[in-house]
Ligand binder design. Structure first.
Ligand code: ZN
Length: 233
């Protein structure tokens, strides 16, 4: 099964990690595993408590940088950042925010691939906490159940709203869809721009990163060609 293969690769990657410095891991955006690394007590604090804490800590960061927190324009920033982290851009860390998905019977007997392409998402690089902006293209072949199209979009947004690396985002979306739709016939392609590459570091404005997951029938060359045809129109 594909999921086990990924777990296996993850294991190998983790051992490579021990030999790398912080800088090498961060600037090369190494991929450490399928699951977002979370502490066991990640949800001991309520969202309200988290926002209060983040606000205080962010105020300290601003203060250390020498910013005047009594300034009218700056004084609300720590609160705004805290609210944005918990309620918006990192809301996908909390399983309570996972979209509720209902499935329908495939009553039309549609048995070809369904492609949902150009799903815009905004994520954040977990190594630098700056944006990743991209498009996700999702395809699946129904095993008897179908999913509402907007729900595919919601799953992409849920996993994007975490500190991420693109490989993990790709695989998390694929594994989630495979589990919901009870099929391995899933493809996920992500084409994204990393601001940590374009606006700092190497400062390459034109490069984009493309990752893919091909499960089940999508591992066959003719299905990949068919999918590419859908995506190029
Ligand atoms: Zn980065």
């Amino acid at each position: 099964m594909k999921q086990q293969e990924i777990m296996l690769n993850t294991h190998i990657n983790e051992s490579i990690f021990e030999a790398l410095s912080e800088e090498e891991i961060g600037d090369d955006h190494m991929f450490a595993g399928l699951n977002t690394p979370m502490k066991s007590d990640a949800f001991a604090l309520s969202d309200f408590e988290k926002k209060e804490k983040i606000s205080n800590l962010f105020a300290q960061i601003m203060d250390v940088m020498g910013l005047d927190l009594t300034n009218d324009s700056l004084k609300g920033t720590p609160n705004r950042v805290a609210k944005m982290y918990i309620d918006e851009i990192f809301s996908g860390l909390n399983p309570d925010n996972k979209p509720k998905i209902s499935l329908f019977n495939n009553s039309y007997k549609y048995n070809q691939m369904l492609v949902e392409k150009n799903i815009t998402f905004y994520s954040n690089c977990e190594h630098h906490f700056v944006p990743i902006i991209g498009k996700a293209h999702i395809a699946y072949v129904s095993s008897g159940k179908v999913i509402g199209i907007s729900k595919i979009n919601r799953i992409v947004q849920y996993y994007a709203k975490r500190p991420q690396v693109q490989e993990r985002l790709t695989n998390q979306i694929a594994i989630e869809l495979a589990s919901i739709l009870d099929t391995e016939d899933i493809a996920v392609i992500i084409d994204a721009k990393h601001l940590c590459v374009s606006s700092r570091g190497i400062k390459d404005e034109s490069s984009a990163t493309v990752t893919s997951y091909y499960g089940g029938v999508f591992n066959t060359p003719h299905k990949i060609v068919e999918l590419q045809n859908y995506l190029s129109h």
